[in-house]
Each structure stands twice: as structure tokens, then as C-alpha cells.
Design a binder for this molecule. Structure first.
Ligand SMILES: [Zn+2]
Length: 139
């Protein structure tokens, strides 16, 4: 079993992985990445208690862009001539209606993406073999 890139940010179920966010126990607002401590960012809420919440695996493609540069550390770096541009997607989660960024699966470029497409969460290894979540268009 491969190790996660960011332990605790997502489940390692390779068939149905889920991002792990947090949810304010007072107003129900979802956060990703987790809001471990502090105050709820909802201006109408005084909540300070957050519980771990597995997030929707599916959503709609809200926006996307082409990344022509390597993501910065802590992402593993590859040599410049081996770097393959990839697409980054902003996906609105089905249930939580929040936007979560992620890379699009290898082999799917911006030319095959369309706003409003249905997307699902999958895990793929980075260049150092550690797993990270990615977005994949669903048929
Ligand atoms: Zn709240």
C-alpha cells in the first residue's frame, strides 16, 4: 500500500476514496482542508468545535486551468524536461457545495474538460510514489 502525500487529508480506499474535511458542529459549515482549531469562519456563527467529515466523492467541474509549471514544494519535484503539464480542476462538491481544487488525472488535459462536467475523486501516485487525490471526469 502506498503512502499518502498528506496523511489525514483523505481516506486510502482505492475504490472510493474520500477527502476528509471538518464540519462546524454549530452551523454545519464544511471546511477543507480541516479546520482543526479556532473559530468558525461563518460570520453568523460562534462555533469552535469541529468534527471530521468525509466529503462527497463527486461534484461538478466549476473551473479549470492548465498548469504549465511544477507545483511548489512540498510536491515532489521532477527534472524540468520530464515535467508534463497537467490540468487543475476546481470542483463543486455534490453535497457540501464547496469548491475543492485538485489535479486532474494523468492523460486528461484541459482540451477534454468542460465546465459543468461530472467529476469524481480518485487517488493517483505522485512522481515519488505517494498518493494524492485527483479529479477524474465521469462518463
Ligand atoms: Zn459554524
Amino acid at each position: 500500500m502506498s503512502e499518502p502525500f498528506l496523511p489525514g487529508w483523505f481516506t486510502l480506499d482505492d475504490k472510493a476514496p474520500q477527502l476528509l474535511g471538518s464540519r462546524c458542529t454549530s452551523c454545519g459549515t464544511y471546511y477543507f482542508p480541516k479546520l482543526a482549531a479556532g473559530f468558525c469562519r461563518n460570520p453568523d456563527c460562534n462555533g469552535e468545535v469541529f468534527e471530521e467529515a468525509p466529503l462527497s466523492r463527486r461534484g461538478r467541474l466549476w473551473s479549470f486551468t492548465n498548469a504549465a509549471y511544477q507545483p511548489p514544494e512540498p510536491y515532489p519535484q521532477v527534472e524540468k524536461d520530464r515535467f508534463q503539464p497537467f490540468a487543475i480542476a476546481a470542483v463543486e462538491l455534490e453535497q457540501e457545495k464547496m469548491i475543492v481544487l485538485g489535479q486532474v488525472v494523468a492523460g486528461t488535459g484541459v482540451e477534454s474538460l468542460k465546465a459543468g462536467m461530472a467529476m469524481e475523486l480518485v487517488l493517483e501516485p505522485l512522481s515519488d510514489g505517494k498518493l494524492v487525490w485527483k479529479w477524474k471526469p465521469t462518463k
